[in-house]
Design a protein around this ligand. Structure first.
Ligand code: ADP
Length: 974
């Protein structure tokens, strides 16, 4: 349809003057539809008509385009596409996955009772951040909504921000306030799928969304969709009112939120939004209570947790792998797969939280450790516990569906069984004092829930139907009205047989028969011969050739009851179900608290099961900025390689007495790790980061022993994986991430750097890496840092910063030792000191680079090594024996090609040699001045060289550049 003839949904065409024909689009239903569309302009509107949810105009085109649904026209000129009503959830899931918001308009009146058009209303708006139905949510995933506002500056002049984070599916409601530039890090890893923010006057991003550009950037970094909301909902006064009405309080002080707290506007706006999406009809009426399962806002202090920004979460593969984005192979996967995996879905979500936002509070960490330790020590109890946990369903989500009126029969029955399951869980933990606080909380909740659980278990069958409409949820002998309706339905045949026998006996009419047909319903039939003996109670209904048919008042009544029995049974069952749901919804808070306790217990049980199975150790947690690991292993790779994994130690900032590997030297806070590619540098630095992370989560760690000082942040800068698609160059991404670290690292941070400066020229890269190392090892900063680098030159820094920088290398064995074509064996052992060479060519050979190329690379390498003492001379390559199409072409002069090495970066100059010769230790200030002057003169006098000019290859001696130090040449990629 062209834009010109596309109807404007908001305006049915007016009848034109002189034409009396009414607009076919101006129907009552269409007017109803347009009214809803006006209230929800940015949502796809699904409009219930009979057995279908229909869409019109642009929405229909969207369904046709995105989901391949057939497009029709009804009324004429109106594009329409629909989905069968029983497939609603299915299509909702598809639309939400496409990032759409969907408004569902239902019939809110029985069509049989409607006079004219049936009443409809928008019953819910489904958005990416407000999902609660199991079919729309992955069991272990969070679909979280965040409302954000930028607030005034604090007393130090730093702009502040506030945020409210709501998981509607579990009722959790967290608020935070932090410096505006820390907001992205605070929100990372919370599974935020939708961001709401105050709308600005005009569109400001390329999707035409009217939100501040900082919000667009934030949403991009979180991979969340944006929903602009009316700015007034973010005003402190309105927000405060909304919050007080929702939680039925006069002030928010009890939640630790003063009137002017920066998170209040966001929290109020979040509630207003949730009310609008979940119960659109009553959203603006504060007297109507909704979202009963939502917990009061919990104020989270930003310094409670070890902050892992989005980059670190991704590069450490905490939740999913970089390649393939799988849970399996990630840190989380270690606890979610295999025999030791978390048992409940609530536990899986909790474990994810523990790993993504580990604690920074020593007390919290040690409490968790104590529980893990208790289960590690009591293996039979731990096994029994996990068996019992298997009987607890996802009651947190059930509570939210109960509160939102969307629970299913299975939810209700699962709740009953889960309360019993939770009681059994509590029972198994009785003898473990470390669990006392958890079990006490559980006990209180279970006591509150037992009455409703008993009601459910008494009333409902053990294997409930998926849908209430299927019938059969409520047991027999619970409700006489339901029993009667059901027995009529089931026992109609028996009743009729009894009735027939009774009539025969009473009136001595042996040929009397009671029957049924679709047209006439139930009847009593007598052969014509006996018709004159028909008693008075039979009234004639139909005359056949050989028989007469009758009815009695009793039979009519029976017919009436039987034909309505199914509907009555359904209605009665719904009534009983609703009553149970309502009673259960009243206990939503206790259900959610039970769920939270079970989630904690399950997550810690999974940590314990892993620690027990793989022999992990309990780390010592301290406030000192130290990091000491004995025989540490990479939690993921260790499982994959099992006994082939080589454990390694680590010591950063450790006091001398603890330090066995370093000959009682205090361990510097920064270690440079050198060694060939494939030796295990990345594995090592990641393993240290993951061990530190696990320790903060309260877990045991894959090591023989560890002492970990709590950190404020864990930064990583490793590889430029998938950032290219965001239109930034690899080097730009690398530098942006590095800048973030340099700006935000503190003496309490842990920093993991892998190969900084690769994306630029060697000298640029080396200079940057050098300066970054100096900065990070400066006395007033010195976070615990591991820096894996291929710049061997950096290893000289340990001399300049004694006690603050240590060299470590990954051991490699040559076979036969020293031979030019020696095989190399990676030992994967981290040892003190620097690596002696890069072995880049060896690694290339292992990677399958063709032999002629390897041979040539060795020749070049040999010649470049000469550069240390004189001019490099690189021989021309041997011509291949059989010319290939490429080699058959005339070749460029090798000298001209190889001029690259000698002209671009390693400019030879006598002044450089002179500079190297200077003995700084014995230079007086005056001598220094003189020396500088003569160096400058030498520079002016020497012939100028530019990279474009090939350097003289035999007259000028090559400089002793750091890149040509003992470790060999430093070409990109070594
Ligand atoms: P680098 O960063 O030095 O290039 P990696 O850390 O990527 O090397 O390790 C390369 C491979 O070596 C890994 O995929 C792994 O298979 C193996 N490896 C690394 N560390 C160890 C170890 N400690 N024990 C056993 N194998 C290891």
């Amino acid at each position: 349809m062209s834009a010109a003839d596309k109807p404007n949904p908001s305006k049915p065409a007016k009848p034109q003057a002189g034409k009396t024909k009414p607009d076919p689009r101006d129907t009552p239903a269409m007017r109803q539809f347009l009214g809803f569309k006006k209230s929800h302009p940015d949502a796809v509107l699904l409009f219930r008509m009979g057995d279908f949810y229909e869409t019109f105009f642009d929405d229909a085109m969207t369904l046709n385009r995105e989901l391949g649904l057939t497009l029709s026209e009804r009324p004429k000129g109106v594009p329409m596409a629909g989905v069968p009503h029983h497939q609603l959830e299915n299509y909702l899931a598809k639309l939400v996955a496409l990032g759409k918001r969907v408004a569902v308009a239902d019939q809110i009146q029985d069509p049989r009772e409607a006079k004219g058009i049936v009443d409809r209303g928008v019953t819910r708006v489904v958005t990416p951040g407000t999902l609660v139905d199991e079919s729309l949510l992955g069991a272990g995933d969070a679909a979280t909504l965040a409302a954000v506002t930028h607030a005034d500056t604090d007393h130090a002049g730093t702009p502040q921000a506030g945020a409210a984070i709501v998981d509607l599916s579990t009722g959790s409601f967290t608020v935070i306030a932090c410096p505006a530039d820390a907001l992205a890090d605070q929100l990372a890893g919370r599974g935020i799928t939708e961001l709401i923010a105050a709308a600005t006057a005009a569109p400001s991003n390329d999707k035409g969304e009217p939100v501040a550009s900082a919000i667009t950037t934030l949403a991009e970094s979180l991979n969340a969709s944006i929903t602009p909301r009316p700015a007034w909902q973010f005003r402190a006064g309105e927000a405060l009112e909304t919050l007080c009405a929702q939680f039925r309080v006069k002030t928010l002080e009890g939640f630790g939120l003063g009137e002017h707290h920066p998170a209040v506007p966001a929290a109020g706006a979040a509630i207003a939004y949730l009310r609008e999406t979940q119960s659109p009809a009553t959203a603006s009426d504060p007297t109507v209570q909704s979202l009963g399962h939502l917990r009061p806002p919990k104020l989270e202090a930003c310094d409670d947790t070890l902050v892992l920004d989005a980059v670190s979460l991704r590069s450490l593969e905490v939740e999913r792998t970089i390649r393939g984005s799988h849970t399996e192979g990630s840190l989380l996967g270690v606890f979610l797969t295999g025999k030791t995996a978390c048992v409940t879905t609530m536990g899986r979500r909790r474990l994810r939280e523990l790993l993504v936002r580990p604690s920074r509070q020593i007390e919290t960490i040690t409490q968790r450790q104590a529980m893990v330790a208790a289960l590690v020590a009591e293996a039979p109890t731990a096994r029994a516990l996990r068996d019992e946990l298997g009987n607890v369903q996802d009651i947190a989500r059930i509570a939210s569906r109960l509160a939102l009126g969307r629970a299913t029969p299975r939810d209700l029955v699962a709740l009953g069984a889960s309360v019993r399951g939770s009681a059994a869980v509590r029972e198994t933990l009785t003898d473990l004092p470390a669990f006392a606080p958890a079990t006490e909380a559980l006990e209180r909740c279970i006591a509150a829930l037992t009455p409703i659980a008993t009601r459910i278990e008494t009333a409902c069958v053990d294997e409930p139907p998926a849908h209430l409409r299927d019938g059969g949820l409520i047991r027999d002998n619970i409700d006489p009205e339901l029993d009667e309706a059901r027995s009529l339905e089931r026992d109609a045949g028996a009743w009729l047989a009894d009735y027939q026998a009774k009539l025969i006996a009473e009136h001595d009419l042996p040929s009397l028969r009671v029957g049924f047909n679709k047209v006439f319903g139930y009847y009593i039939e007598l052969p014509r011969a006996q018709a004159q003996r028909a008693p008075d109670i039979l009234s004639r209904k139909q005359t056949l050739k050989n028989a007469e048919r009758y009815v009695t008042p009793e039979l009519k009544d029976f017919e009436q009851r039987v034909t309505t029995a199914e509907a009555r049974a359904q209605a009665r069952e719904k009534q009983l179900f609703d009553e149970l749901c309502e009673a259960a919804a009243d206990c939503a808070q206790a259900i959610i608290e039970t769920g939270a306790s079970i989630a904690d217990i399950d997550a810690l049980a999974a940590l314990a099961a892993k620690a027990h199975a793989r022999g992990w150790a309990r780390p010592t947690i301290t406030a000192e900025p130290v990091l000491s690991i004995t025989a540490g292993r990479h939690p993921v790779l260790d499982e994959a390689l099992d006994t082939r994994f080589v454990p390694n130690d680590c010591a950063l900032g450790t006091p001398a007495a603890d330090q066995a590997t370093d000959q009682h030297q205090p361990a510097p806070p920064l270690a440079l790790i050198t060694g060939p590619n494939m030796a295990g540098k990345s594995t090592y630095i990641r393993q240290v980061a993951l061990i530190a992370l696990l320790a903060h989560a309260g877990s045991f760690v894959p090591a023989e022993a560890a002492t970990i000082g709590v950190a404020d942040r864990l930064f990583t800068r490793v590889g430029a994986d998938d950032a290219l698609h965001r239109g930034q160059s690899t080097f730009m991404v690398e530098m942006t991430e590095t800048a973030n670290i340099l700006h935000h690292a503190t003496p309490a941070s842990i920093v993991i750097l892998d190969e900084i400066g690769r994306g630029t020229s060697t000298l640029d890269g080396l200079s940057l890496a050098w300066a970054i190392t100096e900065h990070l090892s400066s006395e007033n900063l010195a976070p615990r840092t591991l820096f894996a680098t291929h710049y061997h030159e950096l290893t000289d820094l340990d001399q300049q910063r004694p006690g603050r920088i240590a060299n470590r290398h990954v051991a490699v064995r040559e076979w036969p030792a020293g031979a030019p074509d020696a095989e190399i064996v990676f030992l994967h052992r981290i040892l003190p000191g620097r690596a002696d060479q890069s072995y880049g060519v060896h690694v290339a050979r292992l990677a399958g680079v063709p032999t002629p190329v390897i041979t040539r690379a060795r020749e070049v390498l040999g010649s470049l090594s000469v550069e240390q003492d004189g001019t490099p001379h690189i021989p021309a390559p041997e011509p291949p024996k059989t010319p290939t199409p490429q080699t058959a072409q005339p070749q460029a002069q090798p000298q001209a090609q190889l001029g690259l090495f000698s002209t671009t970066e390693y400019l030879p100059h006598p002044a450089l040699d002179a500079l190297r010769e200077i003995k700084l230790e014995s230079l007086s200030p005056l001598d220094a001045f003189d020396t500088l002057r003569s160096l400058q003169k030498a520079l002016d006098q020497a012939p100028k060289q530019t990279p474009a000019q090939p350097a003289p290859t035999d007259a000028t001696p090559a400089p002793k550049h750091p890149s040509a130090a003992a470790n060999g040449p430093n070409t990109p990629g070594t």
